[in-house]
Design a protein around this ligand. Structure first.
Ligand code: HEM
Length: 423
């Protein structure tokens, strides 16, 4: 029987409205067009089985799952794409894949706003990137190099004599928070408060608590927005507040949703990546020494570590029916590109589990691709690179504190914590 076509509404940034289609979840809510043989419950990314060893789970997906399957979970049901080629297609074909309602953060339906630029499709999306890209393009981020080096060394200074640290608290979280504050034009004395907010909002799965924290963060960001309106500076908030693409200033809601999303996107992604990398380095002394012995190859090392330790996913919703690899999907279906699995696709990265710093260069999907590809990718690469250079220069030998069983926390951004290290 033919089902009535579903119309995905245009997401108009000037008039934000809650997305009308419900987020389906659970076995009782599998649409009738989904073939039974393609239904799975992988538990990704919250289940204990997944969090037991995520970076073995991702490569194993290619050995145990169909390339496209319908994942049924407690929070959301969605088609999952694990082939590099398929995710690349989804990320680059906005005519099929909309990013409306792509983030799961709860908002007041009576005072709704979009997280920008992620929840807006082209062509409207382009104007937001045009506002901020000049601050974070490869040339622009070079000016951050010395600042990130200084911050990294200050964090190392605080722990080096102790011979141990909790890497998350002492390095991985404060580094991206400090960089974020500088980038946005916010004062460094907000560091501890932002660290707390990141944890409370992004490592929390209770929507009621998330709403409370979002309100607190929102109140602070609104005050900062008002201040930048009065006193413009070089930071990103000021740039967004004073932008007037085609002569038209952004609305209050556009400004708020934009500034808020940079906070959501730019901190825990970096710290989860740093934690993954340091956890691996702590357990692989010979690979650590290989890196130290080949400093000229640092960019390739960072790229390969981002391939094997990608931390997040990309959600979309189908705007029109689509058949991919013989799988018939329908308008209104949710799609998740499992980016970390795509980076282990053996057809693109032979022998994918091996960390190979001399791998032929292929596009990795850690930062997604297409129009929504990560705005902060160049800055994030720089933070990882300088963090590595300075840490390995000053603390070349370190290990996980004996007796500690490091665990992965259930989160949409995959990383182990806490991470106690000794040297
Ligand atoms: C290792 C660190 C990072 C990772 C792995 C990462 C990953 C990603 C991914 C996968 C996307 C695309 C999401 C999608 O297509 O649905 C994205 C988008 C985005 N990221 Fe990042 N990110 C990182 C760091 C940052 C930083 C440092 C910033 C800001 C300073 C940032 C800001 C953004 C923004 C604003 C978007 C939305 C872009 C758009 O919609 O056009 N990210 N990031």
């Amino acid at each position: 029987m033919a089902t009535a076509p579903i119309v995905i509404p245009e997401n108009d940034p000037k008039n934000p409205v809650p997305f009308p289609l419900p987020r389906l979840a659970g076995m009782d809510n599998v649409p009738p067009h989904v073939p039974k043989e393609l239904i799975r419950s992988t538990g990704l990314p919250f289940s204990p089985e997944f969090n037991e060893n995520p970076y073995e789970f991702f490569p194993r997906m290619h050995e145990t799952l169909p390339p496209i399957y319908y994942d049924v979970g407690p929070m959301q049901n969605a088609w999952q794409l694990i082939k590099h080629e398929d995710a690349f297609f989804a990320l680059r074909h906005g005519e099929y894949f909309s990013s409306a309602s792509s983030t799961p953060f709860p908002r007041d339906p009576k005072d709704y706003f979009y997280f920008l630029p992620i929840e807006i499709d082209p062509p409207a999306h382009r104007k937001y990137r045009a506002i901020v890209d000049p601050l974070v393009n490869p040339q622009a981020v070079l000016k951050w190099e010395e600042r990130i080096r200084t911050l990294s060394n200050q964090l190392i200074d605080a722990v080096i004599e102790k011979g141990e640290c909790e890497f998350t608290e002492d390095f991985a979280r404060p580094l991206p928070v400090c960089v974020f504050l500088d980038l946005m034009g916010l004062p460094q004395d907000m560091r501890d408060q932002f660290v707390t907010w990141v944890v409370q909002l992004l490592k929390n799965m209770d929507p009621a608590k998330m709403i409370g924290v979002m309100k607190e963060i929102g109140d602070y960001l609104n005050t900062a927005i008002a201040e930048k309106r009065r006193n413009p500076d070089e930071g990103m908030i000021s740039r967004i507040v004073h932008a007037a693409p085609n002569g038209e200033p952004l609305s209050e809601k556009e400004i708020f949703g934009f500034v808020f999303f940079v906070f959501i996107a730019g901190i825990d992604t970096v710290y989860a990546t740093l934690n993954n990398i340091w956890y691996w380095l702590a357990r692989n002394p010979e690979r650590r020494h290989e890196m130290i012995g080949d400093p000229g190859n640092i960019n390739a090392q960072v790229e390969e570590l981002l391939r094997v330790f990608s931390v997040t996913f990309s959600g979309r919703i189908l705007k029109q029916d689509l058949e991919l690899r013989g799988v018939k999907m329908k308008a209104g279906d949710r799609i998740t590109s499992v980016l970390p699995a795509c980076n282990y696709d053996p057809e693109v990265f032979p022998n994918p589990r091996e960390v190979d710093f001399h791998r032929p260069r292929k596009p990795i999907l850690a930062f997604a691709g297409g129009v929504h590809s990560c705005m902060g990718a160049h800055l994030a690469r720089l933070e990882i690179k300088i963090g590595l250079q300075e840490w390995l220069r000053r603390i070349p030998d370190f290990q996980v504190k004996p007796g500690v069983d490091v665990k992965y926390v259930p989160s949409a951004v995959v990383g182990p914590e806490p991470l106690p290290l000794v040297w």
